[in-house]
Design a protein around this ligand. Structure first.
Ligand code: G3H
Ligand code: ZN
Length: 288
């Protein structure tokens, strides 16, 4: 199976982005894999700390392996937004393919030291595990925002600092703050495309740039971000909204239904539609 790093490198040179989709149960993981298989895209599944606490680390890893086997496509599991060295290490130990160590809310020196510690740990434990670091401050959570999010200039990633951070930590992927935020914002996001280009120019080609907060970003901005050097895009809120909307619809249309698995049909379909749209927008079809 082609490695995640090789696929990201290919995405960069071919001008597309690998979709990273969050999940917190079997149904969602399977929908992601099914759509990816149908569209011939690699599948990258993310679990935040909350999502993997819900599923269980070992369970998520076992499902990843089972789905990889069942669907016959590259399926990678990422420990998204690990907020401490400990939770990142626990994901490496459990058999995750990738960990995202996110110490971006901490002072620069602490972020750098903690991220480096995770890279060293992951390499020693399993040479195949890849590590993503984050620099700059990303506001918001993966939900429909009720208040306006104000992105401050000091939140944004400084390209010089990014160069230093990547060289010192040895991360495989870097998530910069470039005008993006988590969740679906009230006002239209405005990505700083020039900053993406500047960061891209300062870090080695082998390091993939990741765009977080992929929900609610207009199509033209996504395309411009990919052209500027983004090779990996995270989407969560739009999937959550689609899934819960579908679930609510099934629950209200079938008030007497008590067989749990029969209540996921609409949720799976609405979520699949979002994944399909995103993969097409990212140019990720027919890539495997
Ligand atoms: O890590 C997860 C993503 O950055 C999701 O962001 O909820 O805005 O799509 P989103
Ligand atoms: Zn994120």
């Amino acid at each position: 199976m082609e490695s995640l790093s090789d696929i990201l490198k290919r995405a960069r040179t071919e001008g597309w982005a690998v979709g990273h989709f969050n999940a917190s149960n079997l149904e969602q993981m399977r929908v992601i894999c099914r759509v990816c298989r149908d569209l011939k895209s690699p599948a990258m599944i993310g679990t935040s700390e909350g999502e993997r606490d819900h599923m269980g680390l070992a369970e998520a890893v076992a499902l990843r392996s089972a789905l990889r086997h069942e669907f016959g496509i590259p399926v990678f599991l990422n420990a998204d937004h690990s907020k401490s060295v400990e939770t990142a290490k626990a994901a490496v130990d459990a058999g995750y393919d990738s960990v995202h160590i996110d110490l971006s809310a901490k002072p620069f020196a602490e972020n750098l030291a903690g991220t480096k510690e995770v890279v060293i740990y992951a390499r020693a434990k399993n040479a195949g595990v890849v590590v993503e670091g984050e620099l700059g401050y990303l506001r918001g959570e993966s939900k429909l925002q009720k208040e306006k999010i104000e992105i401050k200039p000091e939140d944004l990633t400084d390209p010089d600092q990014a160069e230093h951070f990547v060289a010192e930590t040895g991360v495989d992927r870097l998530a910069p703050a470039v005008g993006n935020s988590h969740g679906i914002a009230l006002d239209e996001p405005a990505l700083d495309i020039e900053r993406i280009r500047a960061v891209r120019a300062r870090v080695p080609e082998s390091v993939a740039l990741v765009l977080h907060g992929g929900s609610g970003i207009p199509e033209d901005q996504i395309k411009a971000a990919i052209a500027a050097g983004i090779a990996n895009i995270h989407v969560n809120t739009e999937l959550r909204v689609a899934f819960v909307r579908g679930l609510r619809q099934d629950l209200s249309e079938h008030p007497d239904e008590t067989t749990p698995y029969k209540l996921y049909r609409e949720a799976e379909q609405t979520m699949a539609k979002v994944i399909e749209e995103k993969l097409k927008l990212f140019g990720a079809m027919d890539r495997i």
